[in-house]
Each structure stands twice: as C-alpha cells, then as structure tokens.
Design a protein around this ligand. Structure first.
Ligand code: ADP
Length: 506
C-alpha cells in the first residue's frame, strides 16, 4: 500500500467546537481534522444538528433533503446540513427534531438512539454522495456502533469493502451502557450481546465502548500514559481484559490544541494581547480577571485558576479537603469556572461566601471567560484522579499560566515537576492521589512564585512549547494506514475467533 496516498476520512463525533461542546472531545474534533487536511487528506466530520446549532448563525446549507436513514425495522427521513469548522473541512449536520431539539447534549433516556441515528446517517450519506471513505474515525462511545456495523450489517457491502475504522477513546469512564433494545434500533440484534470470558457482564448489557474496542481496526487513546494505564484494573473501568486482548492495536496519541484560536497574541476575548516578548502586558489580564471575579487587584498575590467539569474525576474531593487551610494559611487567590455535579456547585457556592476576598466562583459554561482565566491566572490547577489527556494544562501553558497537576495520564506526559536544584521542569506535579500531596504541590508553587525570575522562566518555557496538532496529526495519519493494512488482512486479528456472539433477551 502506498503510505503517501491522501486519504478520505470521515470523523464521527457527538461534540465539535465551535458548534457543541462540553469538554475536550469537542476541541479535538474541532481542530484535528484541520491539521489532517493540511497534510493533504480529505477530512470531513459528521455530527447531530442539535437545536442550539442555528443554521443562520453558522451559515449552514442544506446538503440532502428528505434523506432516509435506516432505524430499527424501518427508516426515518432527515435533512443533512453542511457547514465547516474552517480550514476547508466540511461538517455534515444530521437533523432530527425528535432526537436533537433539546437543551443539552447528553443524559437523555434515548441517548443510544440519538447517537445511533447520526452515525447511521453519516454512513448512508457517504453512499448518497458517492464519496467512498478510506477511514471512518469514531470518537468515544457515542460513535462506537460504526465499527460494529462495519463487521456486521455493512460487512459485505462493496461500497465499504476497503474502508477501515479507527476508534478513539477520549474517556474510558463514559461507556454508554444500555439494554438489548438498542441493538434492535441499531439493526444488529441478530448478533446479540458480546460474550467475553473475563468481562462477564458484557453478555447482560450493550456497552458501546466495549463494541468500539472490540470491532475497530485500530484503537487509540489520547496520551501514551493513559494508553498504558487503561490496561490495568485500576484505570481499565472493567474493560481492561478486553483492551489487553487488543493491545497489539492500541496506541496513545497526545492531543494538540488549536493554536490559532488559542493564541494570547491575538485572542479577542482577553483584556490585553501578549506573547513571550511582551510578558509585562500579561498583568493587565490578571488585574482584569481579579476585577471580574470581585477580588482585590493585588498584582503580587498568586492567582490559582481552575476550569473544569465539576466531576469526581477531576480531583474535587482533594480540593475540598485542602481548600480551607489553603485559603487561611497561604497568600493566594482562587478563581473557578465550572459546571457539573450539584454537590460541587453547593460546595463552591459556600466557599465563595466564606472567602469573598480570596475566591471567585463562576458556575457556568463560558468559553470567552475560560480564555480570560487562562490569560489572567498565575497557575492552573488540575489534580485529576485520572486524565486521558487533559487540554486545560496545555491551554494554560500556552497562555503563561503554570500548571499544578497530578501526575496521571496526559498530565504526566505533558507536565514535568519543577526541580529547584536543576531548574528542570515546566510546572508542578504530585504522584499520590492524596490531599497532602496536593497541598504540598500548591505550597511549592506559591513559594516558587515569589522568585519572579524563576517563575518567568517557567512561564516562558510553557509558552514556547509546541502544543499544535502538527506532530500528532502525522501520528493519526500513520494509524489510519495501519488500520487500512489491518482491514486488508495484513494484520491478522485474533479476536474474532475468540469472541463469539450469542443472542440473550432481557
Ligand atoms: P474534559 O474533556 O475531561 O472535560 P479537558 O481538559 O480535556 O477535560 O478539556 C476541557 C475543555 O473544556 C477545555 O478546553 C476547557 O477550557 C473547557 N471547559 C471546561 N469547563 C468549562 C467551562 N465551565 N466553561 C468553559 N470552558 C470549559
């Protein structure tokens, strides 16, 4: 096979920046395709047209009208709109008011059907356009039925005869688990549940994530460390036996960020633009952030920023254990932007009232404000229990905010603990998932902050590093060629002999 051949790639995702986002998945699918396009590939994206994605606002044009999509025993008509994420990458939006006209993106009882529908529409659209993809690149559980279909209902379809699948795990903790009926909706009921000797409960439920892992030609996750971690019971979310079986086709590829959009030198949302040569201007952003958060405008007090989904994964139990001593004994300010679990909303509401001069809390989702926090904070805290890649620490470094992180997953791959003896490092990190370890790291960071020359070096180091997609996009291209080779039988998968399917009714 000609490894240089430009590829036709269709990416499937439930979230894509700038149209719909709850976390890093959206940023990845909003930027990786552009980098692949620059490498010469024909990349396109398919996603649902959620009610909030206004055709007028995003200049979407109808691409196919009254377009039939198979669903269960019958089919449903849809309109497909076309827009772009920029850089010449088309995005196909699958419309269905019944399924997508809702306030949020996730957490509806019919989520399985909602995500099955847009994926199936994406495949049928390829046929309708006569655009034969080399690669179907599926992101997270919402799209995992695609590799499953390629090994079942589309198996003998000549149109997809040379099409390979790549499945990217952005977060193994969210698996999409449903009952048997979703297999009927997906049209694969005959193949039934998955039977696997070491993952017994798979024959009781439909686990989308497991299907992506099992059926894709190649699998990857978003950092090398996380790719190793998920092979263990500690991080494997009970799918580690399955992942270990398929480790010969599991890779880790670090996420990049969109360095054009996320650029402190041109970001329209921040108070004053700056770069490494004009770092003095950064202080204007800190003062503006302090004002916005209702905090005293003290230039020399270290300001700790947090921007996060408020979920257990992100280490908020550790933060809750240390926040009172931190506020009482350490000279610092703390600004948080996040939404998520109610218990953390309540916790931060209480803390904001308790420490009005030290703590600013925004319990909302606001991208421009996030950029002002990256630009105005001195340090950026991410004490995650586990972290597949993490984009927050990368964006923070790009904006000169020094990361303080737990050394896990992508955080371990991107943040090196500062060692005052050697001067090596680009942030602060701690190993044990432990409140004292977090507290110590924060004290080390706030003490180091007092040495302005050292701190400046850390900021510059972060800002000068390359977090663009250039290197990782090449790795994805490599993975695509590997997937094609696997599809063509050059890599013999052992697993289809091992895993048998059987039909079990609930
Ligand atoms: P995850 O995908 O697990 O949520 P990441 O660090 O990979 O974590 O990506 C989080 C992305 O979402 C970052 O771009 C971050 O800035 C953004 N983000 C998280 N919470 C908010 C919020 N409340 N408002 C704006 N942006 C947010």
């Amino acid at each position: 096979m000609d490894a240089q051949k430009p590829l036709k790639i269709l990416q499937f995702s439930a979230e894509v920046t700038p149209f719909a986002k709850t976390g890093g998945l959206a940023d990845v699918v909003g930027s990786l395709p552009k980098a692949l396009r620059q490498l010469g590939h024909d990349v396109r994206v398919v996603m649902p047209r959620y009610g909030r994605v206004s055709p007028e606002k995003f200049g979407l044009q109808p691409r196919a009208e009254r377009f039939p999509v198979p669903l269960g025993e019958s089919s449903e008509l849809t309109t497909i709109f076309e827009g772009t994420i920029g850089g010449g990458v088309p995005v196909y939006f699958v419309e269905n008011p019944r399924l997508y006209d809702r306030e949020g993106i996730y957490m509806y009882p019919d989520d399985a059907e909602r995500f099955i529908f847009f994926c199936r529409a994406g495949l049928e659209l390829c046929k309708q356009m006569g655009w034969q993809p080399d690669i179907l690149h599926c992101h997270d559980w919402h799209t995992a039925m695609v590799p499953n279909w390629m090994k079942t209902i589309y198996k003998d379809d000549p149109f997809f005869a040379r099409t390979a699948t790549v499945y990217t795990i952005h977060n193994l903790a969210y698996q999409g688990i449903f009952g048997f009926r979703v297999l009927e909706i997906a049209g694969v009921a005959e193949q039934g549940f998955i039977v696997h000797p070491d993952t017994a409960d798979l024959n009781q439920v439909v686990d989308f994530m497991a299907r992506g892992i099992l059926f894709a030609d190649m699998i990857n996750t978003v950092s090398e460390r996380y790719a190793q971690e998920i092979l263990t019971p500690e991080f494997g979310e009970r799918l580690d036996p399955l992942l270990r079986d398929r480790r010969d086709r599991l890779f880790g590829i670090l996420n990049g960020i969109d360095t054009e959009v996320l650029n402190p030198a041109s970001d329209p949302h921040i108070a004053m633009n700056f770069d490494v040569s004009t770092l003095g201007r950064r202080g204007v952003n800190k003062a503006a952030l302090q004002a916005e958060a209702g905090l005293p405008q003290l230039p020399h007090v270290p300001l700790i920023g947090v921007i996060s989904r408020l979920a257990d994964q992100k280490g908020f139990d550790l933060i809750s254990a240390i926040i009172d001593p931190l506020m009482r004994h350490v000279e610092c300010q703390f600004v948080l932007l996040g939404t998520g679990e109610q218990k953390y909303h309540d916790m931060f509401d209480r803390l904001a009232k308790r420490y009005p001069d030290k703590m600013g809390v925004f319990l909302t989702f606001n991208t421009p404000l996030a950029q002002r926090i990256y630009a105005g904070s001195d340090m950026f805290l991410m004490p995650s229990r586990f972290e597949p890649c993490g984009l927050g620490q990368l964006i923070a470094m790009r904006y000169g905010s020094v990361p303080v992180v737990r050394a896990t997953g992508g955080l371990a791959d991107t943040v090196q603990d500062y060692d005052p003896r050697t001067g090596v490092g680009n942030g602060f990190s701690f190993e044990a998932y432990d409140a004292m370890a977090l507290y110590t790291a924060l004290v080390r960071a706030t003490e180091t902050y007092k040495h302005s020359d050292v701190w400046r070096r850390l900021m510059v180091r972060g800002m000068k590093a390359d977090y663009s997609w250039t290197a990782s996009a090449r790795k994805y291209a490599d993975l695509y060629y590997r997937a094609l080779a696997a599809r063509a039988g050059e890599h013999t998968p052992a697993e289809y002999d091992v895993f048998k399917s059987e039909r079990v009714s609930l």
